[in-house]
Ligand binder design. Structure first.
Ligand code: 2P0
Length: 330
C-alpha cells in the first residue's frame, strides 16, 4: 500500500484568484500555466492499518496542526472517492519534501497536492485517470489541478455545480515552445498572507474583484491564441495584464493585500527594460514577493545576468518546462 510520486510546481500566466465555491474549491475563473521542471515535490504515502493516527512529515519536520489537518482531510477525500462503501480509512504515513522554499509564493501547494493525489490514489490501488487526479488535486489546492499535467496547461472554469468538469488539461507538451522561467527570489521567508486568505479577502472586499473575474475569459482566449502562434510579444502582453490585474484587485482589498517588496518592483522594471531593448521576456508574480521572468531559452542567460543585478534579488532559480505528476519507483 506504499506509493511515491513526484510533481512539479507551475506558474500561471493567466491567474486563478478567487473561488466560486469554497467547499468544493471551484475557481471563479479558468487559468493557464507552465509546469516547471526545476521545482519538485516528492511524496510517499503508506496506508497502514497498524497506525493509530496519520503520521505526516513535511521537509523532515512535523507540520503545524492546520497543515496536518489539511493533508488528513485530503486523504479522507481521496479515500471516499475510491471507496464508496463508507469504510473507515486506514491511517497513513505521509513523507513529503520540496527542493525549494515552502510557502514563499513558489507554488508549493500546487506540486504538494498534485504529488499527494497521485501517491494516495496509487497507494489505494485505484486506477485513476489524469482527469480524476486533476479533479482531486483541485480539492487540495486549486493550482494543484494544473500540476497533474506537463508543459502548457489550462484549468477549466467548468459549468457543473459538482465541479466534476472543473479540471485541467494539457494544451501543449513541454517541448512545444522552448521557454524558460527565471525565478528572481527577493525574500525566501514564508509569505505573510496565504493565497487562500488573500483571494478570500479580495473577493469579499475589493471593488475591483468583479472586473477581475469579468476579464478572465478574454485573457485566456488571448493567451491560447498567442501560444498557438508562438507569438511571444502577444503572450507577454496578456501575461503582464493578468498578473497586474490580479495584484490590483488584491491591493484594493480592505485592508489591502500587498505581496511586493522593493526588490519585486526593481525586478519588474529590469524585465520591462530588457523587453524594451528587444529581448523576448516578460514578468509574472504570485502571492509572494518573487518575480518570475518568462523568456525564450536563447536569451535566458542574458536575462538571468541582468536580473541578478537588480537591487535586492537574492538568487535566480532557472527552470524549463517540465512533465506532469507521476509515480516514482520506491
Ligand atoms: C495561480 N495562485 O493561478 C494563482 C496566482 C497564486 C497567485 O493558484 O486556496 O494555493 O489552495 O486553492 O492554489 C495559489 O492559490 O489556492 C494560486 P487554494 P492556491 O497560480
Amino acid at each position: 500500500m506504499q506509493s511515491t510520486a513526484i510533481a512539479h510546481a507551475n506558474i500561471a500566466l493567466i491567474k486563478y484568484w478567487g473561488k466560486r465555491d469554497k467547499a468544493l474549491n471551484l475557481p471563479a475563473t479558468g487559468s493557464l500555466s507552465l509546469t516547471l521542471d526545476g521545482l519538485n515535490t516528492t511524496t510517499s504515502v503508506d496506508f497502514d492499518s497498524a497506525l493509530e493516527a496519520d503520521r505526516i512529515l513535511l521537509n523532515s519536520e512535523t507540520p503545524d496542526r492546520q497543515a496536518a489537518s489539511r493533508i488528513s482531510a485530503f486523504l479522507d477525500l481521496v479515500y471516499r472517492y475510491f471507496h464508496s462503501s463508507g469504510d473507515q480509512r486506514p491511517f497513513a504515513s505521509v513523507t513529503s519534501g520540496n527542493n525549494f522554499p515552502t510557502a514563499a509564493g513558489l507554488a508549493s501547494s500546487a506540486s504538494g497536492f498534485a504529488a499527494l493525489a497521485v501517491a494516495a490514489a496509487h497507494a489505494l490501488n485505484a486506477n485513476a485517470n489524469p482527469e480524476q487526479l486533476s479533479m482531486l488535486a483541485r480539492r487540495g489546492s486549486g493550482s494543484a489541478a494544473r500540476s497533474i499535467y506537463g508543459g502548457i496547461v489550462e484549468m477549466a472554469h467548468g459549468q457543473r455545480a459538482d465541479g466534476l468538469d472543473c479540471i485541467a488539461s494539457q494544451l501543449h507538451k513541454p517541448d512545444y515552445w522552448n521557454l524558460n522561467v527565471l525565478i528572481a527570489v527577493t525574500d525566501a521567508g514564508s509569505k505573510k498572507v496565504s493565497s487562500t486568505d488573500g483571494m478570500q479577502l479580495t473577493m469579499e472586499t475589493s471593488p475591483y474583484y468583479q472586473a477581475w473575474v469579468a476579464g478572465a475569459e478574454a485573457d485566456l482566449a488571448s493567451a491560447r491564441q498567442a501560444i498557438a502562434a508562438r507569438d511571444f510579444e502577444a503572450l507577454a502582453s496578456v501575461t503582464e495584464f493578468s498578473t497586474l490585474k490580479m495584484h490590483a484587485s488584491a491591493l484594493a482589498a480592505q485592508p489591502g493585500v500587498i505581496y511586493w517588496n522593493a526588490a519585486t518592483l526593481a525586478a519588474v522594471h529590469c524585465i520591462r527594460e530588457l523587453r524594451s531593448d528587444g529581448l523576448p521576456v516578460c514578468f509574472t508574480m504570485d502571492a509572494g514577493p518573487q518575480v518570475k521572468a518568462i523568456c525564450t531559452a536563447d536569451v535566458a542567460d542574458q536575462v538571468s545576468e541582468k536580473l541578478q543585478q537588480a537591487p535586492g534579488v537574492v538568487r535566480i532559480i532557472s527552470c524549463s518546462l517540465g512533465d506532469g505528476a507521476r509515480l516514482q519507483p520506491s
